[in-house]
Every structure is written in structure tokens, then in C-alpha cells.
Design a protein around this ligand. Structure first.
Ligand code: ZN
Length: 383
């Protein structure tokens, strides 16, 4: 990515609308990236993902290095070609998943040695190896290898962890091979401590990256604490570069984070919820296993134009889920991704037209009083 890797088009309060320029096309922000863990957005063909309006997806270094293997993906022409996705791909560094392997990993100042959850084989990730793997995968956006500080953490532990990540960020920058349309993002850490977030932001901006992620959030701190941390963390990051909030979140998390100036999101919620029978709709979250849908000939979401909503009834979707037919998770995943794309597109248009606050309020006012689903645990965020 060159200096023109991101164009900021409009601001409305602290909310932003922009365009990310990559080797595989442009992406309009705010953007939600569906998670394609192991070379597939689960239950979706690449064409189906494209038809939801999604322009950029995420791939997982940890899963792909173990199976089918980074060198093999490289030989087969990279991840875009392997999975028939011609849009941009962002890959994580593998750090988050490796750190989640409690008992199966050993960390040192240089990197992490771990055992595969598939066959117990031994592997090692360092900043250099992580960057090399992401290069082999041909990621448009490569993420620095870091340690996601667990929550809660004492100030001392969070400082130690953040400083290690900053050393690894410098090594990641060294290892990254610059190419036109490709970029490396730094990851701010420091848990929920303002002084540590400031120290991390300073270290990262001195190194210099094409974008900046806010890491170490959505790890159990809750929405209020996440928003409080974003309130002081985002102004510390460069205004002219994209900001990416990793692993977030529910629709209300996304609206709150866009309001504060986040441009990019990824989360397993729409895909995983789709596989467990939950639908995110303009009226709130529906549990499609619920018996009340059994005779309901109405559509899942009258405001949605996905195949689940335009061609089927709630009764049919409920039948598929209850009968454990494959099409049930497929339709709900399709719907949920489409819902997330519609949501971020509406927020973008509102920002461009200077009416973000009213649009956000209108979207949230329609949600019924449905209890929000539990946030994913770190182990669950891998799929
Ligand atoms: Zn739909």
C-alpha cells in the first residue's frame, strides 16, 4: 500500500466514511469483514459471500498454517485463488489463536511454540514467521504478530504484555515485504489503561503502519468498558489511516464503535450464529429454534433482500434448523452476513449525508427488546 492506501471521505462527529485501496480492489468503510477461518466463510460459496455485498474477508493464519499449510497455499497461487475470492483479504497473525491454546503453548521473548489442536504436532510462530506465512497467503492486509493481553489484567501485566507486542511490531515491520496495494497494520494494546494505550500508540506511530488496529478488546470487558477504552484510544491513532477494531461485534457494538471513529470490523457472530439458528434482523435477534416460528408464514426480516427472506418463510427456516438440514445454517448465515453488510452500508451513507446520529438511533429503536447473545469466548472466535 502506498501513502494513498486510505482516503477519508467524510466525517460526521467522530464517525468516518472512507475508502481503502488494495491490490484486490477498493473497500468502502465502515466495513464489516466476514470471517473465512480456514479458506472458506463457513456454509457459503465465494459467490454467495459476494452477493451479500461483502467486499473484504478475513483469513486465519493459525488454521491455514496447520491445514492445508502456508507453503502449499503459496504454491497453489495464494488464498484468493485457492478459495476463488478476488476481493481483498485481511489475515490475522495467528497470535490470538495460539495464545488461546492454554496448556498447549509455551511463550518466550522471541515467539511461541505450540502444539496443533488437530494432530498434536509441534509448531513455532515468531513475528518473522507470521509475516512470512501471511505473505505466502497473499494477504492484502497483514497484521503484526502480537500478544492479545488477557482480560482482566493488572497494570503491570498489561504493560509487560504491551511492551513485548511493541517489540514484535518492530520486528513485523522489518520482516514485511512492501508491495503496491499491500499493507501492514500495527495493533495497539494496553488493555483498558489509558497511559498504556498512549504508550502503545506512540510506539506504533513511530514505527509507521498503513493502518492501526485496536487489539485486546471484546475479550470479556463488556460493551461499556470497551466504549470507554475506545473513547480515549482512538484519538491517539493517526487520523489519516484506517482503524480496525478486531473481533467486534454485535450490531450495537458496531454502531457504537463507528460513532467513535472505527472503520473496519470482523467477527464470527453472523456466521456462527447462523449455524446455531440465530438471525440478526432489523427487529432484533430471533432464535429460529423457537416453537413460535413453526406456523409463521411471514418473512424472516421484511427489510432484507437475501434469499432466506425473499423466498422462504420463518416456518421453513425453523423446520430446516430443527431437522438439522444443511440448508438451514446456509440460509441463516447468508441472511446474517447480508444484515451486517446492510447495516454498515446504511451507516456509511448516513455519515456521508451528515445524519449518522439520527440513523443510528432509528436503527436501534427498531430492535425489539431481545436479550443480546452472549459474546463469543476466545476459543470460539476461531470459527
Ligand atoms: Zn435476509
Amino acid at each position: 500500500m502506498s501513502a494513498r492506501s486510505f482516503t477519508l471521505q467524510a466525517r460526521d462527529g467522530t464517525a468516518r466514511a472512507g475508502t481503502l485501496h488494495t491490490a484486490h480492489g477498493e473497500v468502502q468503510t465502515p466495513v464489516f469483514m466476514p470471517v473465512g477461518t480456514a479458506g472458506t466463510v463457513k456454509a457459503m460459496t465465494a459467490d454467495a459471500v459476494r452477493s451479500t455485498g461483502a467486499r473484504m474477508i478475513l483469513g486465519n493464519t493459525y488454521h491455514l498454517m496447520l491445514r492445508p499449510g502456508a507453503e502449499r497455499v503459496g504454491r497453489l497461487g495464494g488464498l484468493h485463488r485457492l478459495m476463488d475470492w478476488d476481493g481483498p483479504i485481511l489475515t490475522d497473525s495467528g497470535g490470538f489463536q495460539v495464545m488461546s491454546l492454554a496448556g498447549l503453548r509455551k511463550m518466550d521473548a522471541d515467539g511461541v511454540t505450540f502444539q496443533s489442536h488437530i494432530d498434536g504436532s509441534k509448531h513455532r510462530l515468531t513475528p518473522e514467521r507470521s509475516i512470512e506465512i501471511q505473505h505466502l497467503l497473499d494477504a492484502d492486509v497483514t497484521m503484526c504478530f502480537d500478544e492479545c493481553t488477557p482480560f482482566p489484567a493488572t497494570h503491570e501485566d498489561a504493560a509487560k504484555s504491551m511492551r513485548l507486542s511493541m517489540k514484535w511490531a518492530a520486528r513485523s515491520r522489518e520482516a514485511f515485504r512492501p508491495r503496491d496495494g499491500y499493507g501492514l497494520f500495527g495493533i495497539q494494546q494496553g488493555s483498558t489503561f489509558e497511559d498504556l494505550r498512549a504508550e502503545s500508540a506512540k510506539a506504533l506511530t513511530e514505527i509507521g503502519f498503513e493502518g492501526y488496529a485496536i487489539g485486546g478488546l471484546a475479550v470479556g470487558e463488556g460493551q461499556a468498558e470497551m466504549f470507554r477504552t475506545l473513547d480515549f484510544s482512538l484519538p491517539m491513532l493517526p487520523q489519516d489511516k484506517p482503524r480496525y477494531l478486531m473481533g467486534v461485534g454485535t450490531p450495537s457494538d458496531i454502531i457504537g464503535a463507528v460513532a467513535r471513529g472505527v472503520d473496519m470490523f470482523d467477527c464470527v457472530i453472523p456466521t456462527r450464529s447462523g449455524r446455531t439458528g440465530r438471525a440478526y434482523t432489523s427487529r432484533g435477534v430471533l432464535n429460529m429454534r423457537n416453537a413460535r416460528h413453526a406456523d409463521d408464514a411471514s418473512t424472516l426480516d421484511p427489510e432484507c433482500d437475501c434469499p432466506a427472506c425473499t423466498r422462504h418463510s420463518r416456518a421453513y427456516v425453523q423446520h430446516l434448523i430443527r431437522a438439522e438440514e444443511m440448508l438451514g445454517p446456509m440460509l441463516l448465515t447468508w441472511h446474517n452476513i447480508r444484515y451486517y453488510q446492510t447495516l454498515t452500508a446504511r451507516l456509511r451513507t448516513a455519515i456521508l449525508e451528515g445524519r449518522f446520529e439520527a440513523e443510528a438511533a432509528a436503527i436501534m429503536a427498531k430492535w425489539e427488546n431481545t436479550p443480546p447473545p452472549e459474546p463469543p469466548s476466545p476459543e470460539e472466535t476461531t470459527s
